[in-house]
Design a binder for this molecule. Structure first.
Ligand code: NAP
Length: 239
């Protein structure tokens, strides 16, 4: 391993955007802990597969202990695990609301709390947001609230951790075809594509490329970074 190789923790790294972040980190010679609820079939000598639910503090603590006992440190934490459940507010099942908030917002906080004491100066935390955290879409109350909350958490912790030189940033993907979005109808896809200035969906690797740049950007903290084909430019990003 080279001196510049890091220890990454990627939650939800078993598929979709998280998987691309993991593959890029492995290709760069880094060691990567991949955390998800289901067993992960992909294997690599520099990959540690961890089974845990981000909303379960005890499972998380045990998983982080595994990383520390194997590799002794964590340099980069990517809060990518995410859950989407739609439904208009009047009919939204409270269980769905809670599951989405527990995974996307409370889960991110718990991962940060479980890893914080192992992060040294120069460490980087990257939260994965979503455009709907900034722009309302009907039927997305739970997901939008969780991602808006994650934006607030990002800025609060960027200030809290700045004196320790631990950076906290929010990468905001646009629409990417993954398990999370595969249920969208062709019609919904077409109308969303029509809103994107670059006129196409993103790829998981295009998001991963930016996550990796942010991980190494030593003077960036509390930033919101859209990777969305220009979608957020069509309505503006709050400053
Ligand atoms: P995905 O394909 O559905 O993958 C989700 C990942 O999160 C899986 O590895 C899943 O594994 C894991 N996960 C879900 N709940 C978890 C929990 N409670 N604890 C631990 N791991 C959990 O999703 P994706 O599209 O790649 O999305 C990745 C991130 O990007 C999410 O935060 C999502 O909100 C965000 N995002 C996606 C898009 C898009 O268009 N795809 C757009 C904007 C933002 P298990 O099921 O095995 O736990």
């Amino acid at each position: 391993m080279s001196n510049s190789a890091k220890v990454w923790l990627v939650t939800g790294g078993s598929r979709g955007i998280g998987r691309a972040i993991v593959e890029k980190a492995l290709a760069g010679g880094n060691r990567v802990a991949v955390l998800a609820r289901s067993p992960n079939k992909s294997n690599n000598e520099k990959q540690l597969n961890l089974i845990a639910d981000v909303s379960d503090e005890a499972q998380l603590t045990a998983a982080i202990e595994q990383i520390i006992s194997q590799w002794g440190r964590i340099d980069i934490v990517v809060n990518n695990a995410g859950l989407h459940r739609g439904g208009k507010a009047s009919r939204l099942d409270l269980e769905d609301w809670e599951a989405v908030l527990q995974t996307n917002l409370t889960g991110a906080l718990q991962v940060i709390r479980a890893t914080e004491s192992h992060l040294e100066r120069g460490a980087s935390i990257i939260n994965i947001g979503a455009v709907v955290g900034f722009r309302g879409f009907p039927g997305d109350a739970a997901y939008a609230s969780s991602k808006a909350g994650l934006a607030g958490l990002t800025r609060a912790l960027a200030i809290e951790f700045a004196s320790r030189d631990i950076r906290v940033n929010l990468v905001i993907p646009g629409l990417v075809l993954t398990d999370m979005t595969s249920g969208l109808s062709e019609k919904a896809m077409d109308s969303m594509r029509a809103m994107i200035p670059l006129g196409r969906l993103g790829t998981a690797m295009e998001i991963a490329d930016v996550v990796h740049s942010v991980a190494s950007a030593t003077y960036m903290t509390g930033a919101f970074i859209p990777v969305d084909g220009g979608l957020m430019s069509t309505f503006g990003l709050p400053g």
